[in-house]
Design a protein around this ligand. Structure first.
Ligand SMILES: [Zn+2]
Length: 194
């Protein structure tokens, strides 16, 4: 085996990076930073928080844009790879509402909620996609889920039950009931092996 191949395998073993399935990639709704370590969770949070900077520089998927920001955003000392059952703790330390979706098929069409945080007012909400140990930022939840309504445009989707609404205000009214249907943040059992 060549040295280059050895190095590639070493790199792969150390990185949780995963390519998006083509079906999701084509939606242009998820920002998937190409990390070379096990900190995809941190890169996902940073790509969401610094979206404007990344887009302006046309480098939104490049990890070098974010490397210096881990310290600034208190992301350096998290125990990477992060654990889904500890998400509530991370959300509290980062002052973020976080929702995590995953998919259970190869194509990425069968999406399910994996973790839904309690939606605290006055702090931002970030949606993440998680598969095979890797995180990416869902930049546009409505576009990601649009195939559930056969591509109808302009709909707003609930992150917990995937019901859709014609306006954000109707979604917000629904969320008051839906997201608070459990007392605490939820780890939702998934049939996937992600
Ligand atoms: Zn709902």
């Amino acid at each position: 085996m060549s040295k280059a191949r050895d190095l590639h395998l070493m790199w792969s073993a150390k990185s949780d990076y995963q390519e998006l399935p083509l079906f999701i990639l084509n939606k242009k709704a998820v920002v998937n930073v190409k990390n070379n370590d096990q900190r995809s969770f941190g890169y996902s949070i940073l790509s969401a928080k610094y979206y404007q900077v990344g887009e302006r520089n046309k480098r939104i998927k490049r990890r070098v844009l974010y490397d210096k920001l881990f310290n600034v955003e208190n992301l350096t000392n998290l125990p990477y790879p992060v654990s889904i059952p500890d998400m509530e703790k991370y959300g509290e330390s980062l002052n973020l509402n976080m929702n995590i979706l995953t998919f259970s098929d190869e194509a990425g069409r069968v999406l399910t909620p994996l973790y839904i945080s309690n939606k605290k007012p006055n702090q931002p909400t970030i949606d993440l996609l998680y598969w095979r140990g890797h995180f990416a930022w869902i930049r546009n939840r409505n576009r990601l889920l649009s195939h559930l309504s056969k591509g109808k445009r302009g709909l707003h989707y609930c992150v917990r039950c995937f019901s859709h609404f014609i306006s954000e205000s109707k979604l917000n009214s629904h969320e008051v009931v839906c997201l608070k249907s459990k007392d605490s943040a939820s780890i939702i059992p998934s049939s996937s092996n992600c």
